[in-house]
Design a protein around this ligand. Structure first.
Ligand code: HEM
Length: 154
């Protein structure tokens, strides 16, 4: 960032860390009875695309917008999937477990901002997946910054 504060992407460990996270996470998703009905047919490169998305949201390279269709494509991928609250909760739970498993930073500031995005993003995915999705092109790519919890750098 301009003032020298690392981006959330950098703090997380960059693309290598996010790819590791999504690889491990979707492994758990495919083994989960509540989530597998939604993901059984997912593309092999789905974990890599979600890692690209997260990188961009958290202040890293804009690869998802440049090569994958940006926010409209992401939103469209959730249309009509009828995600339930139980599935959303499990998705969050498995992602947080995976964050621990792959050793994402566990300082309170990083985890707070990470959870903030994941809570919002999963609720948006549920909204897009339901009966009255918002217009696909109305939203911009979300960009998450530290806000109230800048990293603690002694
Ligand atoms: C912060 C939360 C979320 C993020 C960042 C996210 C991200 C994404 C992205 C980027 C794609 C498109 C990948 C591509 O470009 O091909 C996608 C697709 C998909 N998402 Fe999400 N998602 C979120 C929440 C959820 C939740 C809560 C569910 C269900 C419980 C879900 C189910 C799916 C499914 C089934 C697909 C299609 C997978 C495939 O067939 O390849 N997503 N998601």
């Amino acid at each position: 960032m301009a003032d020298g504060t690392p981006t959330i992407y950098d703090w997380a460990g960059g693309s290598a860390a996010l790819n590791k996270l999504t690889e491990v996470f979707y492994g758990h998703v495919l083994a989960d009875p509540i989530l597998v009905p939604l993901f059984a047919g997912m593309a092999d490169d789905h974990p890599r695309h979600v890692a690209m998305w997260l990188a961009e949201v958290f202040g890293g390279p804009a690869g998802y917008s440049e090569t994958r269709g940006g926010h409209p494509h992401m939103a469209r991928m959730h249309l009509g999937r009828r995600i339930t609250e139980q599935q959303r909760r499990r998705w969050v739970e498995l992602l947080m477990d995976s964050a621990d498993e792959v050793g994402l930073p566990d300082d309170p500031e990083f985890r707070a901002v990470f959870s903030y995005y994941i809570e919002w993003g999963t609720r948006m995915a549920l909204v897009y997946s339901g009966d009255n999705p918002p217009p696909i092109d109305a939203a911009e790519m979300p960009r998450w910054t530290w806000n109230q919890t800048p990293p603690y750098q002694p």
